[in-house]
Design a protein around this ligand. Structure first.
Ligand SMILES: [Fe+2]
Ligand SMILES: [Fe+2]
Length: 463
C-alpha cells in the first residue's frame, strides 16, 4: 500500500490488554505510534502529525475532560476517540463536549467502537482498509442487479469474503443456499452503504405502490427482524447492543429514503431539518425522536395503518413539548414523580402541539391529533383526556407503541437494555387495542408457543 494511504494513529495510554483487543485493527495497513500520558504529549504537537488519536483509560492525575481539551487544542480537526474502562463517572455527552469526537465504555461498547474506528481508517486510507456494515438477507431481492458489493463474514479468521459484486445480479441460487444454511445476514462495505439504503427504500416504496401486501409485509418484517434478532448465544451483550444500534440506524436511512420519495412530504423535509438542527443539544432525546419516527413509520407501512409520512413526522415531533417543562420535572422518570409533578408532565403532548403550531412548518392537523393522543390508553387510563378504545386514533396507538418500544429497547451508550423480544411481550400485556397488538406480533414474526411463551421465526410470512 502506498505510504500516503497508511493512516497514522497516535495511541495514548493503552495497556497490553487493550493493544491485544485491537490487534486486528492495528495491522500493517496502519502506522501506530504508542505513547503514555505525559506533559509532552498533551502540550506539544507530534511530528509528523497523526491523522487519528485514540486515548486509552487515563493515568492517575489526569482528568478526562482536561485531556480532551488539551488534545483538541493541539489537533483541532482530527478525530480523537476516548476508550474508557471504568463505568463510574463515564459521561459521554460531557466527554464529547470537552473535545472528544466520541467516547466509548468498554467492554459494553466494544463493537461500536471498533466499527467507528475502522470506518475512520477506511476513509483515511481511501477505502484500502475496508469497513463493513451488516445488512439482512431478506432486504435483498434475488434476481435484481445490485449497485453495491456483498460479503459474508468468517468469524474463525475475522475475514470478510466477497460474494457479490456491484453491477452484478444477486444470484437466485446463492440466495436459496444462504436461506438453507440459516444465514440471515450479509455485509456491505461501509463506503457503499448509502447505495444499499437507496436500494431498500426504493424497493419498499415500489411494493407500497403496487399494493403487494404480502411482499411488503415481508420486506418490513425483514427490517424489523434485525431488531428482534438477538444474535446467537455466543454473542456478547455488547455485540447485541451494537447490532441493535446499527439496525435502527439502517432502518432510519431506509425510512427517510422512503418518505422522500413520497410526493406530498415537503413539510416532512422541513420538519426533519428543524429537528436535525436542534440535534446533539440533548443527544438522548434526539435519538429517541429519530427512533420513534423510524419505528412508527415501519409499523404504519407494515400494518397498513395510517399514512407513513404522517407517522414519520409525528415521531420526530411527539415529545417536543418536554422542553417547555420545568427542569425539576424533566429530570425525573414519570414513575418517580409525585401527583403534582405528573400533572405538569402530562401536559407535554399539548405543549408539543403548541410548539409545532408556533413554528409554522405546515404540519397537517391530523399529525397534531396523533401527537396530542400519544399517551392515551385503550382502557381510558391515559392522558391528557382519558380517551378510550375507538375514541383514540389508531395512528396515535401506533405512535405510542413505537414510543414505548424504543423506551424499552434503546441503547444508551454505556448501558444495557431490554431485549426486543421481551419488550414486545411486555407491550402485548399493556393497554393497546388487542387487534393492533396481534397484527404487530405477526409483523415481527413472533409465534406463540403452546406453553404460552413466544418464539421467533424470522423468515415466517404473513399476509
Ligand atoms: Fe411523550
Ligand atoms: Fe417519547
Amino acid at each position: 500500500m502506498a505510504e500516503s494511504l497508511r493512516p497514522r494513529i497516535l495511541v495514548v495510554g493503552f495497556d497490553a490488554a487493550l493493544n491485544d483487543a485491537f490487534s486486528d485493527v492495528f495491522t500493517d495497513q496502519v502506522e501506530v505510534i504508542r505513547k503514555d500520558y505525559d506533559k509532552k504529549i498533551l502540550s506539544q504537537e507530534m511530528e509528523p502529525a497523526p491523522q487519528v488519536v485514540i486515548c486509552g483509560p487515563f493515568a492517575q492525575g489526569y482528568k478526562a475532560t482536561e485531556i480532551a481539551r488539551a488534545l483538541r487544542g493541539l489537533y483541532s480537526s482530527l478525530p480523537i476517540f476516548h476508550l474508557c474502562t471504568a463505568r463510574e463517572g463515564f459521561d459521554r455527552v460531557a466527554l464529547k463536549s470537552s473535545g472528544f469526537t466520541d467516547a466509548f465504555l468498554l467492554p459494553i461498547d466494544r463493537h461500536d467502537c471498533r466499527q467507528v474506528i475502522l470506518e475512520t481508517l477506511s476513509r483515511l486510507s481511501h477505502g484500502q482498509i475496508r469497513a463493513y456494515r451488516q445488512i439482512h438477507l431478506i432486504d435483498l431481492q434475488p434476481g435484481e442487479i445490485l449497485d453495491f458489493d456483498t460479503a459474508i463474514y468468517m468469524p474463525a479468521n475475522y475475514k470478510y469474503v466477497q460474494v457479490g459484486r456491484a453491477g452484478e445480479e444477486f444470484d437466485q441460487t446463492r440466495f436459496k443456499k444462504f436461506i438453507e444454511r440459516g444465514q440471515s445476514t450479509l455485509y456491505v462495505p461501509s463506503d457503499q452503504i448509502h447505495q444499499f439504503y437507496h436500494y431498500a427504500s426504493t424497493r419498499l416504496r415500489m411494493l407500497t405502490q403496487t399494493q403487494r401486501r404480502e411482499q411488503l409485509g415481508q420486506a418490513v418484517r425483514g427490517l424489523l427482524n434485525g431488531l428482534i434478532f438477538e444474535g446467537t448465544d455466543g454473542d456478547s451483550a455488547s455485540q447485541k447492543n451494537h447490532l441493535n444500534e446499527q439496525v435502527i440506524e439502517e432502518c432510519e436511512e431506509i425510512v427517510r429514503g422512503y418518505i422522500r420519495q413520497s410526493q406530498n412530504a415537503t413539510w416532512y423535509e422541513r420538519v426533519a431539518q428543524v429537528v436535525n438542527d436542534a440535534g446533539d443539544k440533548e443527544l438522548d432525546q434526539y435519538t429517541h425522536s429519530g427512533n420513534v419516527s423510524t419505528l412508527a413509520t415501519l409499523f404504519s407501512i407494515g400494518l397498513g395503518v395510517g399514512r407513513p409520512e404522517e407517522l414519520a413526522c409525528a415521531g420526530l415531533l411527539h415529545d417536543l413539548g418536554l422542553e417547555d417543562l420545568p427542569q425539576q420535572v424533566r429530570s425525573l422518570e414519570p414513575e418517580a414523580m409525585n401527583r403534582e409533578q405528573f400533572r405538569i408532565y402530562a401536559t407535554h403532548p399539548e405543549l408539543s402541539c403548541m410548539r409545532i403550531k408556533a413554528t409554522r412548518l405546515g404540519v397537517p392537523e391530523s399529525v397534531l391529533t396523533i401527537i396530542f393522543q400519544h399517551h392515551e390508553l385503550f382502557n381510558g387510563q391515559g392522558y391528557p383526556n382519558g380517551l378510550s378504545a375507538d375514541q383514540i386514533r389508531p395512528e396515535a396507538q401506533i405512535l405510542s407503541l413505537a414510543d414505548r418500544f424504543d423506551e424499552m429497547t434503546r441503547v444508551r451508550r454505556g448501558q444495557f437494555r431490554l431485549m426486543p423480544k421481551d419488550a414486545l411481550a411486555k407491550l402485548s400485556q399493556m393497554h393497546y387495542d388487542p387487534r393492533l397488538i396481534r397484527k404487530l406480533i405477526e409483523l415481527f414474526g413472533v409465534e406463540t408457543t403452546e406453553e404460552g411463551g413466544q418464539q421467533l421465526n424470522p423468515l415466517k410470512s404473513v399476509s
